[in-house]
Design a protein around this ligand. Structure first.
Ligand code: NAD
Length: 343
């Protein structure tokens, strides 16, 4: 129920946009700008309903707030979604109409790349808004780097190291393939699956990964399962079937509901939340926005310290790691609330 949801959630601003002339229907969700302007992708996809588009924008924007806070970035959390098929005939008109609504926010929301949009689209939007994240560089290497640092920490918590460990990767896309490369270079044994057989074939050729059935990849007997495909891969049916000691990956909103973190804890499965493990891409994007990439790799590697701290707090407090991560992020945001460094 959207009305109840709007009452319960602490959103700064939600903009429902419509331009019947060009057929635009979109949402801009600004979750929190305490730490800085809300940065987040422009997603373009056809949703079953407007409510579904609003819910997706809100969930993604909120995750961006936590991701930025825990990565120590001067950014807030936002997201926008255009409820349209990315192949729509008047795509440019739709993007420009959306950009005009973004412009009215005067820099409180900084648009970036997301599912269904391209660098070219962002350049087009950039002509109509005060700030855009054009993202000429591909952040997925840094996303993968942070995921691998988080896998190392999870393995450490299980008393193991990467060399000789077995890791199952779901999805060999931009991020998953980089993760596979880094793990193979560190002498892990990698199992992988992708709905695109060419990607699997190429990874077998290049890296010698073990091709695994799509239906089995999350449930094989390995040390770590790394979901690097779509969100929601781990639901209430998947948790009891996991055989891995750790669950760490790149996929945004990998748990179908955050409450599943409690079930993972009960099963003794070490978990690093996605919005911690996959923050490397955002760290790289923010560096690109400031045009200063000095120390970038070190700042991405520092995700390991945050992940370790979280796992320790979870262990000591007997609390699931997602709750620990959310309270750490809230503490950072609340600590800055009265200063509002940028606003
Ligand atoms: P991508 O589209 O390049 O790769 C996804 C891959 O998963 C594709 O190869 C696709 O064929 C495969 N796939 C889709 N459904 C599958 C399934 N059911 N089983 C197995 N394979 C499947 O995307 P990406 O950029 O690599 O991102 C992967 C995930 O990480 C996404 O959830 C994304 O939101 C998240 N993420 C990405 C970045 C980044 O820098 N690219 C940053 C943060 C989070």
């Amino acid at each position: 129920d959207l009305t109840a949801e709007l009452h319960e959630r602490d959103f700064e601003q939600l903009v429902l946009c419509r331009d019947p002339e060009v057929g635009l229907e979109s949402v801009i969700a600004v979750h929190d700008t305490t730490l800085g302007p809300s940065l987040g992708g422009v997603r373009m996809r056809r949703y079953p309903s407007r409510a579904a588009a609003v819910a997706d924008a809100m969930n993604l924007a909120q995750a961006m707030t936590y991701k930025a806070a825990l990565a120590g970035l001067p950014l807030g959390g936002g997201k926008s979604v255009i409820n349209a098929d990315p192949r729509v005939a008047n795509r440019d008109e739709v993007l420009i109409a959306h950009a005009k609504y973004i412009a009215a926010l005067n820099g409180r929301y900084v648009p970036a790349l997301d599912m269904g949009t391209s660098v070219r689209d962002l350049e087009l939007i950039g002509r109509h808004v005060p700030v855009v994240c054009a993202q000429r560089g591909d952040p997925s290497y840094y996303t993968a780097r942070g995921v691998v640092r988080s896998i190392e920490v999870a393995l450490e918590a299980c008393g193991r190291s990467v060399a000789g460990s077995r890791v199952a990767i779901q999805g060999l896309g931009n991020v998953g393939l980089h993760v596979a490369r880094m793990l193979c270079a560190a002498e892990a044994e990698v199992l992988a699956a992708d709905i695109d057989p060419v990607r699997v074939h190429d990874a077998v050729d290049e890296l010698g990964v073990t091709a695994t059935d799509l239906a089995d990849i999350l449930f094989v007997d390995v040390d770590v399962v790394a979901p690097c495909a779509a969100g929601g891969a781990i639901d209430e049916h998947a948790v009891p079937r996991l055989r891995a000691s750790a669950l760490v990956g790149a996929a945004n909103n990998m748990l179908s509901t955050p409450a599943l973190a409690r079930d993972l804890r009960e099963r003794g499965i070490v978990h690093v939340p996605d919005f911690v493990a996959n923050a490397g891409g955002l760290i790289a994007v923010e560096a690109e926005l400031r045009d200063d990439e000095s120390g970038l790799a070190d700042r991405v590697d520092a995700i390991a310290d945050t992940a370790r701290d979280m796992l320790n707090r979870s262990e000591l407090g007997g609390i699931d790691v997602v709750s620990v991560a959310l309270s750490m992020a809230t503490e950072i945001i609340e600590g800055n609330r009265k200063y509002r460094p940028w606003f």
